[in-house]
Design a binder for this molecule. Structure first.
Ligand code: FES
Ligand SMILES: [Fe+2]
Length: 345
């Protein structure tokens, strides 16, 4: 059975995808149709007409209402039926489920759980987003044929970098530096420091280091499936306060994973950095490198998914490096279990 946390915010689309037309997208195994209202606000309904279950996305957007393409029933952005052609009375069951949506970080976030619990302050914070002195690459999307938890495994697993990312970000001599793991109420953190080493190629190219560097990799996974990597370096000997780290070379790589089905995932990503913040060539470099890197993950994760589907087995042996991934899966399991009594799905 699918392990989806429903009472959580997921990125449903980049803002620019949601226009004055009907955009269908499957999220947590449910068909959703999104559009933008006349006042510019996004809206999301179950993409399934309550009459004969025709996908509403095959109909038309009329004002703020969606007209079903089969017999013309109309629904407003709250899911209430506003018109049944040839019938004056509207039965109480003539309604469609509406999902809370909110726009943040240039993305439309959706709440697939109980609407009254939807609190936008729970959306994860992206540090330095849109601030002066910080560059941004966003609007990026990949479609993974992989269960989202296989991807969260991967995103808190520094050990795979050396092997999967040989041609991109791997190859640095860090495979033997141990990873520490910490856990909060709704996040797991795996991190390591690689101290007193010559600058890696990115630092040489983009930084302004005097000699050796201390560099850090902090891999966060926020419930349900937002991953971000805080990565950077400072001159060896400089105290690693947040302020000093901001003055070194630093980036935040965010991955917003939205389960599509049990075995496929929408993968939205953005990248915030403090080096050459307004340089478009650097924007392109970041986009190019991250896309190559994530596609390396995609390739191996899709093969893993196939083998898991063939065998019905997820792993035959657990290693020390699986500490952080195992904690995430446990956290997800607990949340999914806690939602069961009130789950209306
Ligand atoms: S199926 Fe939508 S109005 Fe009939
Ligand atoms: Fe990776």
């Amino acid at each position: 059975m699918a392990q989806f946390i429903r009472n959580a915010w997921y990125v449903a689309a980049w803002s620019e995808e949601v226009q004055r037309k009907l955009l269908p997208r499957t999220i947590l195994n449910e068909p959703v149709v999104m559009y933008r209202r006349e006042n510019g606000e996004p809206a999301a309904l179950l993409d399934s007409c309550p009459h004969k279950l025709a996908p509403l996305s095959l109909g038309e957007l009329k004002g703020d209402d969606v007209e079903c393409g089969y017999h013309g029933m109309m629904f407003d952005c709250t899911g209430k039926c506003s018109r049944i052609p040839g019938q004056p009375n509207i039965p109480p069951s003539a309604k469609v489920r509406a999902f809370p949506v909110v726009e943040r970080y240039n993305a439309v976030w959706i709440w697939m759980g109980e609407p009254e619990l939807a609190d936008p302050s729970q959306i994860v914070e992206v540090p330095h987003y849109g601030e002066d002195g910080w560059g941004l690459v966003d609007g990026q999307y990949l479609h993974f044929k992989s269960n989202y938890l296989n991807i969260t495994d991967n995103l808190v697993d520094p050990a795979h970098t050396t092997y999967v990312h040989k041609r991109t970000i791997g190859g640095a001599s860090a495979s033997d530096v141990s990873v520490k793991v910490e856990q909060g109420d709704s996040h797991v953190l795996a991190y390591r420091w690689i101290k007193d080493e010559p600058p890696v190629p990115l630092f040489e190219k983009m930084g302004n280091f005097k000699g050796n560097t201390d560099r850090w990799q902090y891999y966060y996974l926020h419930m349900p499936s937002v991953s971000y990597v805080d990565f950077g370096g400072i001159d060896t000997g400089v105290e690693p306060t947040e302020d000093n780290k901001d003055k070194g070379l630093r980036s935040y790589s965010f991955n917003f994973l939205t389960p599509e089905t049990d075995s496929t995932t929408h993968y939205f990503w953005l990248h915030v950095r403090n080096y050459h913040p307004t340089n478009e060539d650097v924007d392109r470099d970041v986009e190019h490198l991250m896309t190559l890197t994530f596609n390396e993950d995609l390739d191996i994760l899709e093969e893993i998914q196939k083998e898991q589907d063939r065998t019905g087995i997820r792993e035959r042996v657990r290693l020390g490096i699986d500490n952080a991934p195992a904690r995430i899966r446990k956290m997800v399991e607990r949340r999914v279990a806690a939602e069961q009594p009130t789950d209306s799905a």
